[in-house]
Design a protein around this ligand. Structure first.
Ligand code: ARG
Length: 242
């Protein structure tokens, strides 16, 4: 009998050892933002950010799992450390840096203005005065659209809602991250076009709660490894080869 108990103790120690080797973490993401994070036809999560997390898991002692959140819910969840991080094509901004930490930048982006393909009136962001602009709630696109004089900003939980309203004429334009709008158009939505220059230049970072500097350090180290060993370039090419 006593021998059996001892065996149990030994197994317990083994389990403890395993936990220190891999660290299970949950990173939030608004998973309706192709080509960064979206579900494919078979319900499988895919995208640039998804591949990046897989690669980070491979080179670090981390086991990060992505979990779907509303984009606007990510910063609050990070502030309370309800999640261990967020990867969601999230722009590094001064305002957000007051609340969360960011890894080194991993993608250069910027805001594009999109209109219906037959629109001759709006040639770029500077022509949005007095127009109805669709955006995603809590994004830099929403912030930038709110600066346009006399414009009515219509905010959606996901960018799909804004694109839908643009297509059916309920809004005049959508202000959103260029790679995402360009990907949407390339998927066969050629009733929409991008006009003018990019309105901003932005860098995406992975956001980490300020309470978890050890996670930040590990993810930064992993990103550096992936840039050095060519894996980052490989993932970039997979999603953004022209
Ligand atoms: N880059 C923009 C921002 O940080 C938009 C990001 C939206 N991301 C998403 N997965 N919906 O505000």
């Amino acid at each position: 009998c006593g021998g059996g108990e001892k065996t149990g103790e030994t197994t317990g120690e083994g389990e403890q050892q395993a936990t220190t080797e891999t660290q299970n973490l949950v990173f939030g993401s608004d998973t309706s933002y192709a080509p960064f994070e979206s579900y494919d036809a078979n319900g499988k999560l895919e995208g640039f950010d998804v591949d990046l997390i897989d690669a980070i898991n491979e080179v670090s002692g981390l086991n990060i799992e992505m979990k779907t959140y509303d984009f606007k819910g990510l910063i609050p969840a990070l502030e309370t450390a309800t999640i261990d991080g967020a990867i969601s094509a999230m722009t590094i901004t001064e305002e957000r840096k007051q609340k969360v930490d960011f890894t080194v930048p991993y993608y250069k982006s910027g805001l594009a203005t999109a209109v219906k393909a037959d629109n001759q009136d709006i040639q770029g962001y500077d022509d949005l005065d007095g127009k109805k602009i669709g955006v995603q709630t809590g994004t830099t696109g929403e912030l930038e659209a709110s600066k346009v004089p006399n414009a009515e900003v219509v905010s959606f939980d996901t960018i799909d809602g804004a694109f839908m309203d643009l297509t059916n004429g309920a809004v005049d334009a959508v202000v959103n991250d260029f790679p995402v709008t360009a990907y949407y158009i390339a998927q066969g939505n050629d009733q929409v076009k991008i006009v003018g220059d990019l309105q901003t230049s932005e860098y995406y970072g992975i956001a980490i709660p300020k309470q978890k500097p050890e996670v930040l350090e590990k993810v930064n180290a992993a990103l550096e490894t992936l840039k050095e060993n060519g894996k980052y370039a490989e993932i970039y090419k997979k999603w953004f080869s022209v």
